[in-house]
Write a protein of this length. Structure first.
Length: 534
């Protein structure tokens, strides 16, 4: 499903699920678009079953509603139907008060309009995080703020009153609902404070007091920790919602990383007390392949996109892969990527555009869909219109298996996946880390698993009747023992061989490398079991 804009000079961009507005049991959603110049932008409400527009809201001149963010915010007015809103960093020509518009999901009527100066001399509306009912009055609430201000406002239904305000000594904050983590019957929430404070903080919804916080132990490594946060559901089985937090390692998101060869990570923490659960995602080792900008700038989590029963994660990158697109004669940036919450493997990635969301189950198969917003999409006739596309969730993942033994350098070589395992994206690279510097290596795959000691490691792949099938050409490892091959899933053995790569099929991938100083003269990496997604 896709929604394409209709106007010149602006385009459909932002997207979010809103809940079932039509009563058909299918998730509906909202999209937003900017009309540049004197225009005010607009918000479209879309039927999730048919893709038809339910209603449209247009903004006053210069307000640009819908461009930056739209959100479903739960039942804000208490009528049993979920409601929705948009935020903008403008509230008129050259007015940066910021604003939030909230509409009834049932009728489309404007429930309330809040300008930043109503509650403070500071601005807000730049980001919005639905929190559920934090104060126990029966109406759902939300958090909002502005990326250049150090305050977070908690706004309550049904009239948009100020519940509380946090001053947290940090810009570029993020927030997410956790559910009830302290057992008092009220929804609690997590706030990322990436600048100055360098921490993640969890607050009581009932009192607004801090329950605990996670400090960044080293500013050099944890720069901008908490730039994105997301509720993930119960990951550790204790009945309490857990959360993810990202660090982006970039002060200006222009591509100059303060940590060489790393573009950031995402870690998961216990909602109960904040203890570390796992780290799933790191940037690529090769600086040449490392995404420019901030690939983990925004997070959305908790929906199961690949059907394994574990909440997955969507990331939105700002100024990531600034690329020239000849078909639109424009340099566009940003991406949306979906990661497995269980293994950390990237499932999908779409360019350009920095908007997207996990959408929930829209087709009744028990698996969540996901969305990507591209404000640089040109429709027929060359008009910049923007586009939001909804992608179907699909069962698949990439999981590390087997093991590798130390080679003559004293290190155990590992196989790494750089990019998505989507055959539709066709944007996957496979690399070796910690092989033997300067030695040749090659990659191969098969259809099933074995565990057979061989060389420095274990042969993990069985080709069966098809044998072991090479992936690309042999590579020469660099001075760090690193080498990579760009995979083209549309060519050669991968597409047309005896065991092709297709969505829903499982293949085992491994790498061999020369190790003249070892007794066997070669080594093997560990391996990945990959079930490909569309």
């Amino acid at each position: 499903m896709e929604v394409v804009g209709r106007t010149i000079g602006g385009g459909v961009n932002s997207v979010a699920p809103v809940g079932d507005l039509t009563g058909d049991g299918i998730q509906d959603f909202v999209v937003g678009a900017d009309r540049q110049g004197p225009h005010g932008g607009f918000v479209l409400v879309v039927d999730g079953a048919s893709g038809e527009f339910i209603r449209e809201h247009s903004g006053p001149p210069h307000h640009q509603i819908g461009w930056w963010i739209v959100k479903g915010i739960g039942d804000f007015d208490g009528d049993g139907v979920p409601d929705y809103c948009t935020g903008s960093h403008l509230s008129g020509y050259l007015n940066t008060d910021g604003e939030v518009w909230i509409w009834s999901g049932a009728t489309g009527d404007l429930l309330t309009y809040i300008i930043g100066s109503k509650y403070s001399e500071r601005t807000f509306g730049d980001y919005i995080a639905p929190l559920g009912d934090v104060d126990g009055d029966g109406y759902d609430d939300f958090a909002t703020g502005w990326r250049s201000e150090a305050e977070l406002w908690i706004i309550g239904g049904p009239d948009g009153h100020l519940i509380r305000r946090h001053y947290l000594n940090s810009f570029n904050m993020s927030a997410a609902s956790l559910g009830d983590v302290d057992g008092d019957g009220y929804n609690d929430y997590v706030v990322g404070t990436p600048m100055n404070a360098l921490s993640v903080r969890v607050f009581s919804g009932k009192t607004g007091l801090e329950l605990y916080h996670i400090e960044a132990p080293d500013q050099g490594f944890w720069a901008w920790m908490g730039r994105g946060v997301a509720g993930m559901g119960d990951l550790d089985g204790d009945g309490i919602g857990d959360f993810a937090a990202s660090a982006v390692f970039h002060f200006d998101c222009s591509g100059v990383s303060i940590i060489p060869e790393r573009s950031g990570w995402i870690r998961f923490f216990s909602g109960k007390d904040g203890h570390f659960l796992k780290q799933l995602i790191l940037g690529p080792v090769s600086q040449a392949e490392s995404p420019a900008g901030c690939p983990f700038w925004w997070l959305d989590g908790g929906q199961d996109v690949n059907g394994d029963g574990v909440g997955d994660l969507l990331t939105r990158g700002w100024r990531t892969y600034d690329t020239y697109y000849p078909e639109i004669n424009l340099a566009a940036n940003g991406n949306t990527a979906v990661f497995s919450g269980r293994t950390g493997t990237m499932l999908w990635r779409e360019y350009p555009g920095w908007q997207g969301a996990l959408m929930g189950d829209m087709d009744g198969d028990g698996i969540s869909e996901w969305a990507h917003g591209n404000d640089h999409y040109f429709r027929a006739g060359g008009l910049l219109a923007g586009r939001v596309r909804i992608f179907k969730g699909f069962a698949g993942d990439g999981e590390r298996i087997c093991w590798s033994a130390p080679n003559s350098t004293g290190k155990a070589a590992t196989l790494e996946l750089d990019g998505p395992i989507s055959v539709g994206n066709n944007d996957l690279s496979i690399s070796i880390e910690d092989g033997v510097p300067g030695e040749p290596a090659f990659f191969f795959y098969g259809t099933s698993e074995v565990q057979r000691p061989m060389g420095s490691g274990v042969l993990c792949v069985s080709g069966g009747i098809h044998g072991l099938i090479p992936i690309g050409d042999p590579v020469q490892l660099d001075e760090n023992g690193y080498g990579t091959v760009k995979v083209d899933m549309t060519e050669g053995q991968l597409a047309h061989g005896p065991a092709p790569w297709k969505a829903g099929l499982t293949r085992i991938v491994q790498a061999w490398y020369s190790d003249p100083a070892s007794p066997a003269g070669f080594g093997l990496t560990d391996a990945y079991r990959i079930t490909f997604v569309p």
